[in-house]
Design a protein around this ligand. Structure first.
Ligand SMILES: [Zn+2]
Length: 489
């Protein structure tokens, strides 16, 4: 039995002022066959990682393709996308004949000229491998579950958790299902229900937690092979942006249709109740400074690099400095130039620094302040589940009672190392401000005495009605009050 695996992945915010070129992949994940590390999966590479570990014991040969992944940002350069895609397709062609293909994709990648990158990749893979080869795909729930990609695949499995702590488990599920299909133990059929809605669904909140647990419990019995909840990725102007439910059964299309419809209707009934409350900046700071335990963790989801934002918005930070809030830590602010200046100044130095507020109008104005460089460290990383996310060279600067973590490699707040690398212990601060939508909860949730979500003026507005969509199919909630959800496959 011969399986091939490869990755091409990013999450594209088509409104982002940061274009994505080959350099962004080279800085993140850019691995040729055999170069993937043995001990940890990287962004979207879990299918290859898992298949490599299980190949010998489960009696198949894994042919490794390239793995390319970039941090979320703007639309990928067309020539660079085609270069990476064609490299993988050439490897695939050389690996024929194949029984199965495992693709580690993200699901919300857009390149210039390709609004549905994953649909393009999967269709081209299908054209090469033929109808008899089993194509299995792992996607992030912040994906566009387009008809093109579902039609061209045999099995698609999305992560269930947000924060995405189950990437490896879902890749294990995918490999198991692909192997069972190749061995003719099951015949997967997929149904897709379109809920016609845009929203955010952290699984750390009780309503969504219960929904995910209930639908996950349906798997593995009564012929139900897999249930995936597609959250959608709101910051992309693509036609098929929408919350969608994907159900896979063992050769029972009517059952898959029925279940996808039932689950979809329940998902629709949860509209408006799945995201946390978002406070204004002033209310958020008031709540934090008067709360009687610490730390309070305050999230700034509108400037989340994980959604393609620059992560250099200064609005919350400026108010903390202006209000002279004591014992606060803020991170990360992406500003490699400021980091360089801090290294030039040296640890312990006080000097006038301009930082943050650089990339676009949604970054706010830069902070100009007399700062003290409290710590410097090269080649930092933070953990996210089993993965290590590079931060590059980092600097901590102090302005009044506020310490700020400046990073060189743009990413969101994920692990406590973001602060600890620079001798800031987040558990001992009164207030910790993190730029992240919800992934921060995996590490910061357990140390937080209280978590506050603030809707600041970064580019990822929590009010989707303010996003200037042009291509998104209408009607869709909450842009339109009346929608027409239904089974589409
Ligand atoms: Zn995601």
């Amino acid at each position: 039995m011969r399986l091939f695996s490869a990755t091409i992945a990013t999450e594209t915010n088509t409104f982002s002022p940061l274009p994505t070129s080959l350099a962004a992949y080279q800085e993140c994940v850019f691995l040729r066959p055999g170069e993937h590390p043995q001990d940890t999966p990287l962004m979207c590479t879990a299918p290859l990682f898992v298949a490599r570990r299980r190949a010998a014991a489960e009696d198949f040969t894994l042919i490794e393709g390239s793995c390319f992944a970039a941090s979320p940002a703007g639309t990928t350069n067309r020539a660079d996308y085609e270069f990476m895609r064609d490299e993988i397709l050439a490897q695939l062609k050389a690996a024929l004949p194949l029984d199965g293909v495992l693709l580690g994709l993200h699901g919300a990648m857009v390149a210039h000229g390709y609004d549905d990158v994953e649909g393009d990749v999967i269709e081209r893979v299908r054209a090469l491998v033929g109808p008899g080869c089993i194509i299995g795909v792992e996607l992030d729930p912040h994906c566009h579950l387009t008809l093109k990609r579902v039609r061209a695949s045999d099995i698609i499995i999305l992560y269930k958790e947000f924060p995405h702590t189950d990437v490896v488990e879902r890749a294990e599920d995918l490999l198991t299902l692909v192997l069972r299909t190749i061995r003719k133990q099951v015949t997967p059929v997929m149904s897709l229900y379109d809920c016609r809605q845009i929203a955010s669904y952290p699984t750390t909140l009780p309503l969504m937690r219960a929904f995910v647990d209930k639908t996950a419990a349906m798997e593995g019995k009564d012929g139900v092979l897999s249930v995936s909840i597609g959250h959608c990725f709101p910051y992309a102007d693509v036609a098929e942006l929408s919350g969608r439910i994907l159900v896979i059964t063992d050769n029972d299309k009517a059952k898959a249709d029925r279940l996808a419809t039932e689950i979809g209707q329940e998902f629709i009934s949860m509209r408006g109740r799945t995201a946390p409350d978002y406070l204004s900046i002033e209310d958020g700071i008031d709540t934090a400074v008067t709360f009687n335990a610490s730390p309070v963790v305050m999230a700034d989801p509108a400037d989340n690099a994980g959604g393609g934002a620059p992560s250099d918005n200064t609005t919350i930070l400026r108010r903390l400095i202006e209000r002279d809030v004591p014992d606060a830590a803020v991170g990360p602010i992406w500003d490699p130039i400021a980091v360089r200046l801090c290294f030039d100044a040296g640890e312990g130095a006080s000097f006038p620094l301009r930082f943050g507020g650089k990339i676009g109008p949604t970054s706010g104005a830069p902070i100009d302040a007399m700062v003290t460089v409290t710590a410097l460290k090269r080649d930092c990383w933070q953990s996210f589940g089993p993965t290590q996310v590079p931060l590059g060279d980092c600097a901590a600067v102090k302005v009044g009672g506020v310490e700020v973590v400046l990073i060189s490699n743009r990413t969101q707040a994920l692990g406590l190392e973001l602060f600890r690398n620079l001798s800031i212990e987040p558990a001992e601060r009164k207030l910790v401000v993190v730029k992240s939508t919800n992934h921060f909860m995996a590490a910061f949730g357990p140390i937080a005495k209280k978590v506050i979500y603030v809707d600041a003026d970064g580019p990822l507005s929590r009010d989707y009605r303010r996003i200037p969509y042009a291509k998104v199919q209408r009607p869709i909630w909450p842009l339109d009050a009346e929608t027409a959800p239904g089974l589409i496959l």
